[in-house]
Design a protein around this ligand. Structure first.
Ligand code: SAH
Length: 349
């Protein structure tokens, strides 16, 4: 096991069989070793810096029906909301004053937000905050739409691939959605020039070790600038409400393996990881992650953006989140970095 981890550390690559072997056989001692090597790797490229991004969850309307997600179309148990442009600009102003230089705009696939409205939003933010980066996370769109967003000034796009196995994908999504289209979107985004983020849920229903190895190898092939992995957590109004949640241990191992496969990636610790364990995010940072995305959404809408149950920080103000996270990062032995925090290999085309 130690030899395999050393090989991964040296080559930043392993075969599918080798990855499956690690996933299925890692013991406590080798896990510590893996984490140590992942941490060394992040230090090599990003020292002890942790980048902060302000997350604005601007709509929970969604036309999709992903089986795991609390804001899926057919969930009639939640109150829907969307922020106005003015409310989004207010979040940005608050965020700017708190020191953020990246805004992550995430939402469901909401038909109200046409390309024109998204472009208008990007331009409004970019005109006012010329020194800030914009990350979009609004799902699957056409090449032309993505291009419009890029030309309007958006810099990055998060679109988790969710699972890189077509069959597994179909167990998590209705038939209108496919891994092949998700993958096409990621390659389109990359070609257009975005910094792209992919990733998967750890411990999603029906996931096998082979699925996880394929997820990691898909990431290796795609070579995204950012990778967001987080544990699956059941949501009470979905058909997966009785399924088991992903484990802390497996999530941490996936973070460390991701760091070793993609040494220069920006890797966030997710709110989901902080939800399944009070120190989950700190453990993720120690296992090679280097980004945290505190919530900037207005407090009165936070309870409505519930992708999964028991989400943390839904009662906090943006400023509380900002300083709570800073304390956590510093207590874990890292330093916050409030710059835009672009991937070290990216330039705008
Ligand atoms: N509509 C956007 C944003 C989706 S929400 C898109 O399609 O990309 C962001 C991420 O939350 C999803 O990609 C998914 O991986 C994660 N998520 C959704 N439901 C979840 C759950 N029950 N547990 C853990 N993560 C979940």
């Amino acid at each position: 096991m130690k030899e395999l981890i050393d090989k991964l550390y040296r080559n930043n690559n392993l075969s599918k069989e080798e990855l499956i072997y690690i996933i299925e056989n890692i013991d406590e001692e080798s896990k510590e070793y893996l984490i140590e090597k992942a941490n060394e790797t992040r230090h090599k490229y990003y020292s002890n810096k942790v980048f902060l991004r302000g997350l604005i969850e601007f709509t929970n309307y969604c036309k999709n029906d992903c089986y795991y997600c609390g804001i899926r179309k057919s969930n009639s148990n939640i109150e829907r909301y969307r922020l106005s442009l003015q409310e989004i600009m207010d979040c940005c102003e608050l965020g700017y004053n708190l020191g953020y230089r990246t805004y992550v705009l995430q939402g469901g696939e909401d038909g109200y937000f046409t390309d024109d409205r998204i472009v208008q939003m990007i331009k409004a933010i970019k005109n006012k905050y010329t020194d800030c980066a914009i990350t979009l996370s609004v799902g699957e769109k056409s090449y032309e739409s993505y291009k419009k967003y890029y030309e309007a000034g958006a810099d990055r796009y998060l679109l988790r691939h969710e699972t890189a196995d077509e069959e597994h994908y179909s167990k998590l999504h209705p038939k209108e959605l496919s891994f092949s289209n998700r993958k096409k979107c990621l390659y389109d985004l990359k070609e257009i020039g975005f910094q792209i983020g992919a990733g998967f849920m750890v411990g999603s229903p029906y996931q096998t070790s082979e699925n996880l190895a394929n997820d990691l190898l898909f990431l290796k092939e795609l070579n995204p600038h950012m990778v967001g992995n987080g544990p699956f957590i059941p949501q009470k109004d979905t058909q997966f409400n009785k399924k088991k949640q992903g484990t802390l241990e497996s999530s941490i191992i996936m973070t460390a393996l991701t760091r070793l496969l993609l040494p220069k990636a920006l890797i966030p610790v997710t709110t989901a990881l902080g939800t399944i364990h009070p120190l989950g995010r700190e453990m993720g940072l120690k296992a090679g992650a280097n980004v945290v995305m505190p919530n900037l959404s207005p407090r009165d809408v936070r309870e409505k953006y519930l992708l999964y149950d028991n989400k943390i920080c839904t009662g906090d103000e943006a400023a509380e989140c900002r300083f709570c996270i800073q304390n956590r990062i510093e207590n874990a032995g890292f330093k916050i970095d409030l710059s835009r925090g672009d991937n070290i290999e990216w330039r705008r085309l």
